[in-house]
Structures are given as structure tokens and as C-alpha cells.
Design a protein around this ligand. Structure first.
Ligand SMILES: NC(=O)c1ccc[n+]([C@@H]2O[C@H](COP(=O)([O-])OP(=O)(O)OC[C@H]3O[C@@H](n4cnc5c(N)ncnc54)[C@H](OP(=O)(O)O)[C@@H]3O)[C@@H](O)[C@H]2O)c1
Length: 238
């Protein structure tokens, strides 16, 4: 058994055209996988394909908030081995925010992953795996995202339930802390990055590759299922 190889396996990443998803696509491709990426913007998918710079990269345009699109996507993709679902579009806000803002986390992050698991299930290999995307806010919310925190908590519970229901397919969840983004100096997001340093044991934000590494572990470790891992620099301990 080769524990760390994805050689000739087919890996589907919804939200694989930027950020954490793109870093996971690169790592999977480096380990020999055929990678399928999906996202809404065709231009971003093309850029990602150029960045990955390999044959055997497929890219599909998809809005994962639309269940029918998700179903058609998996019908088109056919059989595959591993699924990762970081694609999400939502706005975070306090409990007093508009209904639209409050509902956007579940509409843009929870239900898309639920639909993905549902419509991937008939096509995924029995020796394969799913990795859902949550966020460490589930364990340590701040004061501007009650529905976002609840959404991440729901995703972590969904992972456990799916691990039971879809066994022997393994289902796990990755729940990162704040990840560094270039070009945010002087913005509100940049200030949040600075603040994160004093809120985590390692006193820094993370990198896409550190989360991608966790995802690859969850795909390749054949005895891990129903788990949530927190690559967060110790955010939940301070
Ligand atoms: N970055 C962090 O600090 C952090 C921390 C904890 C958790 N997370 C979670 O990690 C995930 C990814 O974050 P990221 O920072 O890597 O984001 P990102 O760089 O903005 O990438 C998001 C990816 O998802 C795709 N996407 C967005 N909305 C979509 C939709 N409706 N349908 C299909 N694809 C869609 C994007 O492409 P298009 O826009 O072209 O569709 C892109 O490929 C999110 O679920 C986020 O909550 C991030």
C-alpha cells in the first residue's frame, strides 16, 4: 500500500481555481492525480489551468449554489476517487445583519457541500474520500458572524453523518484558521490578519499550502474517517 500517492487517481475540487482549492489541486497533481477543478469564472479556471501547467487537468464552470448544476456537473465528470469542496460565496455579518447576509453562509457554503456530497456519492470510488471545508470560527467565533460560525459547525456535523452514511467512502472535514492573502495591507482584512497573530499559539496567519497539505493527508490516509482537522496555528487554544 502506498499511503501518500494519488498516482492516477481522479481528484475533483469544487473551488479549485484559487486560494486553498488551487493549492490542493497543485499538490494533488504533483502526487500524480488527474485533477478536475470547478468554479464560476471561466477566466479564473483558465488562469488556474495555466498555473497548474499540466495535461490531465479538466476545468468546468459551475455555480455550486444551484443543485441542478451540481448534479449535471457530477454526471459529466463520471467516476472519480476524491472530492474536496472549498468553493463558497457568502458574506459574514453580526446577528443584526440583513436576512440576506445571515442566510448567505448556509446558502453559499453549507448547502453547496451537501449537494456536492449527495450528487458525488453515486460516482465516487468505494476506496475514495470526501473532504469538506469548514473554518475554525466554528470552535471560536468572534462577534461578527453568528450564522457563519453555525454554518461551519453544521458542516463539521455533516462530515460525521456522511462518514457513517457513505462508508466505506471516507468523509472528513478541514477547518482552517485565517490564511494569509497578499495585497491586504491597510484594509480591514489586513487588520484582521494582524489581529490573528495575537489570537493563535503560533502568532501568525497560515498559508494555502498548509491547509492543502491537511487535505492531502485526509485524502490519502486510508484509516481516517469522520474527523475534523484544524490547521489553524492553535487559534482554538487561546
Ligand atoms: N481563507 C481563509 O482564511 C479561510 C479560513 C477558514 C476557512 N476558509 C474557507 O475556505 C474556503 C475557500 O477559501 P479561499 O480563501 O481559498 O477562497 P478563494 O481564494 O476566494 O477561492 C474560492 C474558490 O471557490 C470558487 N467559488 C466561489 N463561489 C463559488 C460558487 N458559488 N460556485 C462554485 N465555485 C465557487 C472560486 O471561484 P469563482 O469565484 O470563480 O466561482 C474559487 O475557485 C471557503 O469555504 C472559506 O470559508 C477560508
Amino acid at each position: 500500500m502506498s499511503t501518500y500517492s494519488l498516482q492516477d487517481q481522479r481528484v475533483v475540487i469544487i473551488g479549485g481555481s484559487s486560494g486553498i482549492g488551487l493549492a490542493a489541486a497543485k499538490m494533488a497533481a504533483d502526487l500524480g492525480a488527474h485533477v478536475v477543478i470547478a468554479g464560476r469564472s471561466q477566466a479564473r479556471l483558465e488562469q488556474a489551468k495555466q498555473f497548474l501547467n499540466r495535461e490531465n487537468i479538466e476545468a468546468y464552470s459551475l455555480d455550486n449554489r444551484e443543485e441542478r448544476q451540481v448534479q449535471l456537473f457530477f454526471d459529466k465528470v463520471g467516476g472519480f476517487d476524491h472530492l474536496f469542496t472549498p468553493g463558497a460565496s457568502y458574506v459574514r455579518g453580526p446577528v443584526t445583519a440583513s436576512t440576506e447576509v445571515s442566510e448567505s453562509s448556509f446558502k453559499g457554503k453549507f448547502w453547496p457541500q451537501f449537494y456536492a456530497a449527495k450528487h458525488a456519492a453515486p460516482h465516487i470510488s468505494k476506496s475514495g474520500s470526501m473532504v469538506l471545508m469548514s473554518g475554525a470560527f466554528s470552535q471560536r467565533p468572534l462577534n461578527d458572524g453568528a450564522s457563519y460560525a453555525a454554518c461551519n459547525g453544521a458542516i463539521e456535523s455533516l462530515g460525521k453523518a456522511l462518514a457513517v452514511e457513505l462508508s466505506p467512502v471516507r468523509v472528513n472535514v478541514v477547518s482552517p484558521g485565517t490564511i494569509w492573502r497578499d495585497g491586504e495591507e491597510g484594509t480591514a482584512r489586513g487588520a484582521a490578519f494582524e489581529e490573528y497573530k495575537s489570537m493563535s499559539l503560533l502568532q501568525r496567519t497560515g498559508y494555502n499550502e498548509e491547509v492543502a497539505h491537511t487535505v492531502i493527508y485526509l485524502m490519502t490516509n486510508s484509516f481516517t474517517t469522520g474527523s475534523t482537522l484544524y490547521p489553524d496555528g492553535g487559534y482554538v487554544y487561546l
